[in-house]
Ligand binder design. Sequence first.
Ligand code: ASP
Length: 342
Amino acid sequence: MQTKVLLIYTGGTIGMNCNPRTKALEPFDFEHLLSNVPELNQFDTEISTYQFLPPIDSSDMSPMRWTDLSHVIADNYDNYDGFVVLHGTDTMAYTASALSYMLENLTKPVIFTGSQLPIGQLRTDGKENLITSIEIAAAKNQDGTAIVPEVGIYFNGHLLRGNRTTKQSADGFNAFESFNYPHLVEAGVNITYHKEMIRKPDFSKPMTPHFKLDNNVIIFSLFPGVREDLIRHIIATPNLKSIVMRTFGSGNAPQNPWLISALKEGTRKGKVIINISQCLEGRVEMGRYDTGYQLKEAGVVSGFDSTVESAVTKLMFLQSQYDDPEQIRRYMQRSIRGEITV
Ligand code: ASP
């Protein structure tokens, strides 16, 4: 049987065009995108398309659209072997992380890609990104199972685990990196699948989609000089359920007594506070320095080697599933989709 891939276009530079009046890039019609890649007709794979209307710049992504995207994948799941999602690069790592949580026991590839230059431009990176993403989404093992049953981001020759990835460059072609996890696939002259790094779902069980997210969460960064009144204000926000706190180095914070007491107060009131390092590479170890140990004492939970994008979307997902903050703290310290190394 012919392999089938559903190409979902949400928007982003890959399908944008220059507005002659404002000179700004704006989303364009999907047909335009396809007419610029006649190579798609050469695939053995049958490619169908689905377009979000209107296509958006990914800065306008939202939990509501993540839910829409989960619905599109869930509704078409049985009819396709894999999915390629064209998405703006700006928030691609957030969407890929969110989808990794929303699609439980994923047995088929969901490959996100996009480009830094529109597909109609001569030097575009969009063509290779799109073509190789389709190839990866269609790739199967000899037993017919998908080689990459994961939510991944394909860009500039690498496939990265979605919930391990961060946008690292605003204008280079190598826009993404997964600093704390090896690449899943390298695409050079040949496509090399690092199978030992790729997740293995239970192929005998169905994929379970989830459609709810609870975005009562905030991300804040510590910095020398951070003010008590502002931090206390955030922590006292009534409906706020969790905080992704970006700390220094291996998870350290200033030793001001007010900060520790404010965090303790937050924990006591049931807020889940996750410690994520401002460093791109490495992990949080709260016991390493006294400045980190105090956070542990205040009930702050280690985010290990999580990306910010993954932590914030995992909290949105868990908060939609569980009411008990202790339960959420427990799941935050466990890898549920390969997002952290504990
Ligand atoms: N602003 C664009 C977006 O994220 C950038 C891109 O697609 O690369 O939608």
